[in-house]
Design a binder for this molecule. Structure first.
Ligand SMILES: [Zn+2]
Length: 449
């Protein structure tokens, strides 16, 4: 078997937006790395083919340096350590035996799969902002909110490998529904798409910095709706923003928001609800899939795939066909990073738009509350925060600090420091490699047979 010196670890980072693979040397330095867009809507075989093509390219570009192990970070949920993965944002893989399939391609070396956010936390602890910290939580705030927990210098896995799920710590029991089935989880408040949704529902118009706040954005005040038209029954749910105008025309029910310009045209076809902004070129096709809302520009070839996360909407331009030919939703979506909404939210916040700023403040506050709770529970010294949203800087970190100091009052908890992550988009690969290269700290399970 090749020595650690001559060989390299194959590191893989699998997400709903992109696949990354790289060869990582013994010191954690990336020798070669490649990224490809995740095939949208790909079935199990399509996803696997894309991954193996990427892996083959990387191994070839590494001059066929011997692979001494394979470390993988993948979106959850998954069985651990068996590595059967069912990433929420990749419906093509449900119970996909990722570890076993990779082990078949790389026989005789360890193949280890862990949660992608855990890998980022491991990377920050091993080679990033958390170096030297004994007790640390590494967080990723992106299309989801995830984390990994290091106590006593070792990764804590918990009973099923799921320790560190800070995204599902409850910060507001009366808050928004979470995709996990719960309510008021940190992720439901602070994930990128939740910021964009909240901002849109409070009068933010993407890319048009507002001169005033939500109140002025709703000149008629609450209830300033158009009246029912003939053929439209009004169904009142009793919940704000949940009145429905039932048209007698199928596919034309309207969910009335109390915010002007935010009525939703319910088509009844999944993935085809439309958020009516009232501004030409700014209707939003709601796909129901996180990170796949579409800003309809009305100009062919200029629709935008919105992730809602600053800087993570889309990597490069591409053409995405989301539905079978002939389906009404089969419009080709031309993806254009410059117009993506998450980045615009950050830009508008930086430009002083009060709704955009409030969206970041709300997320920062939720993060501070969750971090205070985690700190009290685990006696943390350090928390690293990475992911697209952390790029917003003080817009996010200032309200985070404020809420944290408000809630972390005991002396041991008050010592906690929160810092931006240091490793950027390579963190996932570096952390995945550490599952092999620094296994004494970061891999506690027996290797599956
Ligand atoms: Zn949740």
């Amino acid at each position: 078997m090749a020595s650690r010196e001559s060989g390299a670890v194959l590191a893989i980072d699998i997400g709903g937006t992109k696949f990354a693979a790289g060869l990582v040397g013994a010191d954690g330095e990336i020798i070669v790395a490649r990224r490809v867009a995740t095939p949208p809507g790909g079935d199990a075989g399509t996803l696997w083919t894309a991954l193996t093509g990427l892996v083959d390219t990387v191994v070839r570009e590494g001059n066929d340096r011997p692979v001494i192990g394979v470390g993988v970070g993948c979106g959850g949920p998954m069985t651990w350590p068996d590595g059967e993965v069912s990433p929420l944002n990749m419906p093509g893989w449900r119970g996909f035996p990722l570890r076993e399939r990779l082990a078949g391609r790389f026989p005789g070396v360890p193949v280890r799969v862990h949660n992608d956010a855990v890998c980022v936390a491991v990377a920050e602890h091993w080679r990033g902002a958390g170096r030297g910290s004994a007790d640390m939580l590494g967080m990723v705030v992106s299309t989801g909110v995830g984390g990994g927990l290091v106590l006593g210098g070792r990764l804590i896995d918990g009973g099923t490998g799921n320790a560190g799920h800070i995204g599902h710590v409850v910060v507001d029991p009366d808050g928004p529904a979470c995709e996990c089935g719960g309510r008021g989880c940190l992720e439901a408040v602070a994930r990128g798409p939740a910021l964009a949704t909240w901002a849109l529902s409070h009068g933010w118009l993407s890319g048009r910095a507002q001169p005033s706040g939500p109140a002025a954005a709703a000149p008629g005040g609450e209830g300033a709706q158009r009246p029912e038209a003939p053929g439209e029954d009004l169904l009142r749910s009793g919940l704000p923003g949940e009145e429905v105008l039932r048209s007698r025309v199928p596919g034309e029910d309207v969910l009335r928001s109390r915010v002007p310009g935010e009525d939703v045209l319910r088509s009844g076809v999944p993935g085809e609800d439309v958020l009516r902004s009232g501004v030409p070129g700014e209707d939003v096709l709601r796909s129901g899939v996180p990170g796949e809302d579409v800003l309809r520009s009305g100009v062919p070839g200029e629709d935008v795939l919105r992730s809602g996360v600053p800087g993570e909407d889309v990597e490069g331009a591409g053409v995405v066909s989301s539905r079978p030919e002939g389906d009404r939703g089969s419009e080709v979506l031309y993806v254009e990073a410059e117009r993506a909404s998450g980045r615009r939210l950050a830009e508008d916040a930086a430009a002083g738009d009060p709704v955009a700023r409030a969206a970041f403040a709300r997320a920062g506050r939720a993060l501070g509350i969750a971090i205070a709770s985690a700190t009290s529970l685990c006696d943390l010294g350090l928390v690293t925060v990475g992911g697209g949203l952390s790029q917003a800087g003080p817009l996010l970190f200032d309200p985070l600090e404020h809420a944290l100091r408000e809630h972390a009052r005991l002396a041991f908890a008050a010592r906690v420091r929160v810092v931006p992550a240091a490793l950027g988009q390579d963190a996932g690969l570096i952390g995945a490699s550490a599952l092999i290269l620094a296994a004494d700290h970061y891999w506690t399970a027996p290797d599956p047979r």
